[in-house]
Design a protein around this ligand. Structure first.
Ligand code: NAD
Length: 274
């Protein structure tokens, strides 16, 4: 007779065993995902990675052109939903649109975010603070609130929130952004505890320097220009990361291989956050 740790329900060994080795689809075939900010950068890479794993993706983005273009390129397993996720009415509408498109919601990648106006904390405006926190943090609260009833009905789900190494290390000149990103880590941890009983896992990721349109815009690097950009001797791995490298972590966290992983913060940062 198997021995169980105190508090471990009997039958746990059998439950663990069913998560053996799998292919790189991580059991995501036909799962339905919402990816906010899914039309650019890390969100776009997440969309593409989930599609390649066999999932269906609702690309929720306020940039309608980019979202339609990407969904058009992918075909019937993606749909573009134009929404400003800092707006509660848009979040509700986007969630309903996702349900009407694919009939269920299994995965939420809460990813859209902005840096806001750069500058020191002393002197930051209330308007900038409110904008950054409503796009980066309040949107995650609203999105979680919108999808959890559906995940509960279905018997479970998985949520990944894009935080940032910028919230873990001091980020001079980006203090409001940094505060918003660390707030997301707190949200992920608490939501993980609150939603474990519903079989909904919640994790946060902390990308480091990642080559996205937003990353290039802040450094005035033209699109398509690669010379020297990927070399960064200050990083342990010596280079800037690609959005696809972040998306690999998202897919893994969503998948069955991460079935016992919740409430965590996962750096994908080439060692920046060490
Ligand atoms: P990006 O600007 O390339 O993409 C962000 C997408 O989000 C865009 O398509 C944009 O239209 C969308 N978006 C912005 N505000 C929105 C809103 N209110 N409603 C709906 N959509 C909205 O940015 P990125 O670099 O890919 O960043 C994605 C996430 O990763 C952000 O949360 C960012 O803070 C985080 N991050 C990025 C880096 C990096 O180096 N690029 C590092 C750490 C964390």
């Amino acid at each position: 007779k198997a021995t169980h740790f105190i508090g471990m329900p009997s039958g746990n060994a059998a439950r663990c065993e069913k998560y053996g080795e799998k292919d790189m689809s991580f059991g995501l075939e036909d799962k339905v995902a919402i990816v906010t900010g899914g039309a650019s950068g890390i969100g776009e890479a997440s969309t593409r990675r989930l599609i390649s794993a066999g999932a269906k993706v609702c690309i929720v983005d306020m940039d309608g052109n980019a979202a339609e273009k990407l969904a058009g390129e992918i075909g019937s397993r993606a749909t573009a939903i134009v929404a400003d996720i800092s707006d509660p009415a848009d979040v509700e509408r986007a969630t309903q649109a996702a349900l009407s498109a694919f009939g269920r919601i299994d995965l939420l990648h809460s990813n859209a975010g902005i840096i806001g106006e750069p500058g020191p904390i002393a002197g930051a405006s209330a308007a900038n603070f409110d904008r950054v926190f409503s796009v980066n943090v309040r949107s995650a609260v609203l999105m979680i609130g919108a999808v959890v009833p559906e995940m509960r009905r279905q018997g479970g789900g998985s949520i990944v929130i894009t935080a940032s190494v910028g919230g873990i290390r001091p980020s001079p000149g980006l203090g409001i952004y940094a505060a918003s990103k660390l707030a997301l880590v707190a949200l992920a941890k608490t939501a993980a505890v609150e939603l474990g009983v519903d079989n909904i896992r919640v994790n946060a990721i902390a990308p480091g320097l990642t080559d996205t349109p937003a990353f290039r815009a802040t450094r005035q690097i033209p699109a398509g220009e690669d010379e020297g950009i990927f070399d960064n001797v200050a990083l342990p791995l010596g280079r800037v990361g690609s959005p696809a490298e972040v998306a690999n972590m998202v897919a893994w966290l969503f998948g069955d291989e991460a079935s016992y992983v919740t409430g965590g913060l996962y750096h994908v940062d080439g060692g920046l956050g060490v």
